[in-house]
Design a protein around this ligand. Structure first.
Ligand SMILES: CSC[C@H]1O[C@H](OP(=O)(O)O)[C@H](O)[C@@H]1O
Length: 354
């Protein structure tokens, strides 16, 4: 079954081809659009770990198809079918620690597989393939609803600052924070976007700029440390970011540097919005300090591409995420509504919605 989200405004970071997964190598954008062919769960694990694909919802969707690939291969060993899937899920769960969508997706897919076992492996594979497609399509639909709701918060003529890439490339193809911006523009509002370059992986300079240029939205890339200057000069109307995990009290883990922007927004009285689907909410984690924060290889700071930026013998620290306390967040935009403080009860109610 070939399955794609092929609406004209969708930019898919993956394509399911029935017997393999094609994945756009985001490490090479904007210079090159290279698609990798992934045939096993191990291939998908490595792609997530090495950030071929990144972004909480996109990681979850990729992991879902990683399990589909595992199921496809396990059909040939029917007696060990479920055992093979369990091992694949355990491997995929080690790819990256912070984005809760990875674990939510693995849990949803494995609950389905266990509920169908023992059963006919070919039929279980087909059901898992459908479930992965449903997770993907649900994410796109959630992005669109979230975009529509969030767009109402963005005034015509605004300059919106965003951090990292919370766009089509980080999701099923429409975007969370960038989905809000896209929906505001699609509603007829004139929006200017400031995109933090977001060192060291440069999600903003490379990916957000690439995405917004493709859909014709004016974007200016700034170096991360310029955000404070521009906010202090009154040149930012609002800040909209994505999320990798939202704790039960509303604390938000997102790309390193997000907390800094939230403090600046509070200091200068501008709204700070987080846009995220319910699949990014983790009610089992009570507060942000309990969210596992990924530490990546120091080489990611030492190098910019192949060029080493630091002298030999110097240490580097590559902390990938930080935590923004709920009290610094103006609103959390979800597909079921714009949530306001106190976030605990609001998040619980949002997750109960059909
Ligand atoms: C829509 S989730 C996007 C989220 O993921 C990014 O992290 P990474 O690029 O390391 O996967 C960043 O935190 C974005 O806000």
């Amino acid at each position: 079954m070939k399955a794609r989200n092929t609406a004209p405004d969708i930019i898919c970071p993956i394509s399911w081809e029935g017997d393999h997964l094609l994945m756009l190598d985001q490490r090479l954008l904007p210079w090159k659009e290279r698609w990798l062919k992934l045939r096993t769960a191990r291939d998908v694990h490595r792609a997530i770990k090495e950030m071929v694909i990144r972004g909480a919802p996109a990681i979850g969707i990729a992991a879902a198809f990683g399990l589909v690939l595992a199921a496809r291969g396990a059909v040939r060993r029917p007696r060990r079918f479920l055992e093979t899937l369990e091992k694949a899920a355990s491997l995929l769960a080690t790819a990256r620690p912070t984005a809760v969508n990875l674990f939510w997706t693995l849990s949803r897919m494995m609950n389905l597989a266990r509920s169908l076992w023992p059963g006919e492996p070919q039929e279980i594979f087909a059901r898992l393939e459908e479930e992965a497609q449903a997770i993907w399509s649900e994410d796109v639909a959630a992005n669109r609803r979230m975009g529509h709701l969030g767009a109402q918060l963005i005034a015509d003529g605004s300059t919106v600052l965003t951090h990292c890439n919370a766009g089509a490339l980080a999701t099923g193809g429409y975007g969370t924070a960038l989905g809000v911006i896209r929906a505001a523009v699609e509603s007829g509002k004139k929006i200017q976007v400031l995109a933090d370059e977001t060192r060291p992986y440069l999600q903003g300079a490379r990916l957000t700029a690439w995405e917004l240029a493709r859909v014709g939205i004016p974007v200016t890339v700034i170096n991360d440390s310029a955000a404070g200057y521009l906010i202090a000069k009154g040149q930012v109307s609002a800040i909209v970011v994505g999320a990798d995990r939202i704790a039960a009290n509303g604390d938000v883990a997102n790309k390193i540097g997000t907390y800094t922007l939230a403090v600046l927004a509070s200091r200068h009285g501008i709204p700070f919005y987080v846009a995220a689907p319910r699949s990014t909410v983790d009610l089992k984690t009570p507060e942000g300090q309990r969210i596992p924060i990924e530490q990546r290889a120091p080489e990611e700071v030492h190098f910019c591409g192949r060029q080493r930026m630091t002298p030999s013998g110097v240490e580097a620290l590559a902390v990938a995420f930080d935590v923004t306390p709920a009290e610094l967040i103006t609103a959390i935009i979800t597909e079921v509504g714009v949530l306001r403080p106190p976030y605990g009860p609001a998040l619980e109610a949002a997750l109960r919605e059909d």
